[in-house]
Design a protein around this ligand. Structure first.
Ligand code: GH3
Ligand code: MG
Ligand code: MG
Length: 656
């Protein structure tokens, strides 16, 4: 029997952001959030902070000095981008694998990430749509597929197998047949649930439909739809392993043209996307499959038996300021002279006789400086530098280009390829020494930045752990391990607002142990404590995971049932009441048993606040006590004649 979205939501199997991502999402919409508040929230998740820093410093984002703190990353990226990243990262990390066997989770995220990056790059180019918005839309444009795979793992697996084996029905057709809902609709529902902008929701709901053009939509939505269609095509190309766009993607070229992007522009855009996709893939821990030339070379070097081991980062200078250098030159004599000069100056030097050999050696050895000749047969100095700059290690390298002439054009080309400096041949020793000092200063500074970053990361990790512990302690009741009263009140307030916003029911119950004072008086306080613990354990074991149970104080507990109506709460309370009465508790004074009285209340339209809801539950407990204890009462029974006379016999008292 197919379920509706809100029913599916209760199953708790739908993908949803958690932890810090959820907190960041709740901080709101605008870019003028107080930075300190956002940074405070973010810092409780060191892993997320680390990734943010990486993204802020990634090739497509970095401007000048690298960001070394969360605050800087926030300023650089803007709150809304950070919000998208947190959301994406939270989803990817929770759903990088799952129960649906036929669903390729990694492929899904790899494609989604490429779509996000492509949509962002296209939005950057075209204007009209904020790039962070395009990124979120692209990343999540097909999240409904993940949701269906999560909720219906077996059936979805079968559907995917049917498509593989050539079932003429398309994926959406099969989804509709089995779930009365297709993944586009599911995507829309999820994005709406996460409160993403309505335009984004409309766009993801229709980007993949043949009817996209027919369904009425605003200009902005139509533009977003086109961006997503382009992004989907680009993502397909990325996953096919294409390093560059070719005529083999005529469909892609024509979608690009529809958006006014000419083939050359599109090729440029694609290159950028592939680069960012690989960078971000590493950050999000999603596999990306393209094989750019440098990886191939690395593989070749490995196959040739060299111990190619690309290193994460370059080591700092050693104590004497000695640099680890690789020199690449096809001119054997010039090479020997230069190596000799460098060794004499105290550096550690290795050499290669051509570009390809040089690339393999650099990737394997991770030096601090590469000095390469510009003009070489095969891979020249510029190509070598460009290939190096595509690798993580190569981006941090200092590269000096040896040029044959001082002509402007040659130097401009050397810098364009990514060189940090140049030296004109023949190399004059004093000039080279001066250049090396500049290089040493940069290497040293890089080392400092890296150490600061590591220190910061370590501090953030410690802070995160301490924060989490503190937060947990501040929310927990020590005796029972349940949430405490403070948490209960915050949580009730949140659920109250959520229930009003979403128009869903909300119930709560106050559970009070009967004649508990007698337990203390008869058996002592320790036994009383044991009874409290055992009752708390029983209550938690009987509730749904989504219900929140807390100790209000003394021998009183509160259960908050989000999305729970009055009748469900009553049934549940009856079961709890019977379970407690039936439970025997092992104590140092032998076997004991207790009973509870439960007051149930549900939010009604006439109620103005959580205080009124609690008061109704409190009065219902009071009534249960008056009517003889070991029973459940709800607010609706409060004004019956029987209850009025029972209440009249009781002394005024409150149970909260
Ligand atoms: P009723 O059925 O009307 O609820 O009677 P009662 O005895 O349960 O209620 P009353 O409020 O009179 O007594 C509650 C007792 O709970 C009094 C207090 O000493 C005891 N108490 C409160 N906190 C703790 C605790 O942490 N440990 C123990 N052992 N007893 C506690
Ligand atoms: Mg009591
Ligand atoms: Mg009490």
């Amino acid at each position: 029997m197919p379920m509706r979205f809100d029913e599916l939501k209760i199953t708790n199997q739908l993908p949803s952001p958690t932890g810090v991502a959820l907190a960041v999402l709740r901080l709101g919409e605008s870019d003028d959030q107080p930075m300190l508040e956002i940074a405070r929230v973010m810092q409780s998740d060191p892993a997320l902070c680390g990734r943010l820093l990486k993204i802020a410093n990634s090739a497509s984002m970095a401007r000048g000095r690298p960001a070394t703190s969360v605050n800087e990353a926030l300023t650089l990226l803007g709150f809304r981008t950070v919000r998208s990243i947190a959301l994406g990262f939270s989803l990817v990390s929770q759903h990088c694998r799952g129960p649906c066997q036929g669903f390729d989770y990694n492929n899904f995220w790899s494609h989604s990430l490429a779509m996000g990056i492509a949509a962002q790059a296209a939005a950057n180019r075209l204007g009209g749509i904020a790039p962070h918005e395009a990124f979120t839309c692209g990343l999540l444009a097909q999240v409904g597929r993940l949701a269906l795979a999560s909720v219906y793992p077996e059936v979805y697996s079968e559907i995917l197998a049917q498509i593989e084996s050539g079932n003429p029905d398309d994926l959406r057709g099969l989804e509709l047949r089995h779930f009365a809902m297709d993944h586009q609709e599911m995507t829309g529902a999820l994005l709406r649930d996460w409160r993403l902008p309505e335009d984004c929701v409309h766009a993801v709901e229709r980007f993949d439909l043949a009817t996209a053009a027919v369904a009425p939509a605003t200009e902005r939505v139509l533009l977003l739809v086109r961006l997503l269609q382009l992004a989907a095509q680009i993502a397909d190309a990325c996953l096919s392993g294409a390093v560059e766009l070719s005529e083999q993607q005529p469909e892609l070229l024509s979608v690009g043209e529809g958006l006014g992007i000419q083939p050359t522009g599109l090729r440029e855009l694609y290159k950028g996307v592939v680069r960012d996709w690989r960078d971000w893939g590493a950050i999000f821990e999603v596999e990306t499959v393209a094989a750019p030339p440098c990886t191939e070379l690395l593989e070749r070097a490995r196959a040739a038996g060299q111990s190619a081991k690309p290193q994460e980062s370059i080591e700092d200078l050693d104590a004497e300021g000695r640099l680890k250098i690789i020199v690449v030159d096809d001119d054997a004599v010039a090479l020997r002279v230069l190596v000799w000069q460098l060794v004499k100056a105290g550096h550690s030097v290795q050499s290669a006789a051509n570009g390809n050999e040089g690339l393999s050696l650099v990737l394997a050895e991770a030096p601090q400086l590469v000095i390469t000749d510009y003009q070489m047969p095969g891979m020249d100095g510029a190509a070598l530098t460009r290939a190096l700059r595509q690798t993580k290690m190569g981006r941090q390298l200092y590269v000096i280009m040896l040029t044959g002439s001082e002509e402007d054009e040659t130097q401009v080309e050397a810098f364009a390829a990514g060189a940090d400096d140049y030296v004109v041949k023949p190399v004059r020793p004093r000039l080279l020494a001066a250049r090396l000092r500049a290089c040493a200063r940069v290497v040293h500074l890089q080392g400092e930045i890296r150490r600061e970053k590591e220190e910061l990361r370590r501090c953030m990790a410690e802070l995160g752990v301490a924060n989490r512990k503190l937060q947990q302690a501040a929310q927990t009741d020590v005796l029972t391990g349940l949430y405490n009263r403070r948490f209960a009140m915050d949580c009730l307030y949140e659920k109250w607002n959520e229930s009003i916003r979403a128009g869903t029911p909300l119930a709560c119950m106050i559970i009070d142990i009967d004649h508990f004072k007698r337990v203390n008086d008869t058996h002592g306080h320790d036994v009383g404590d044991r009874v409290l613990q055992a009752t708390a354990e029983l209550l938690s074991s009987k509730m749904r995971q989504t219900d929140v149970i807390c100790r209000l104080g003394g021998e009183e507990f509160l259960v908050i049932g989000g999305n729970m109506d009055a009748q469900t709460a009553l049934d549940c309370a009856e079961r709890l009441c019977a379970s407690v009465a039936a439970q025997g508790i092992e104590t140092t004074n032998g076997h004991l048993s207790v009973t509870v009285s439960i007051g149930v209340a549900a939010r009604s339209v006439s109620m103005q606040s959580t205080a009124e809801l609690l008061k109704a539950a409190d009065q219902a407990v009071y009534l249960a006590k008056a009517l003889g204890r070991n029973q459940v009462r709800c607010e609706a029974t409060l004004n019956s004649p029987a209850s009025n006379s029972a209440l009249a016999r009781m002394a005024p008292q409150s149970y909260t």
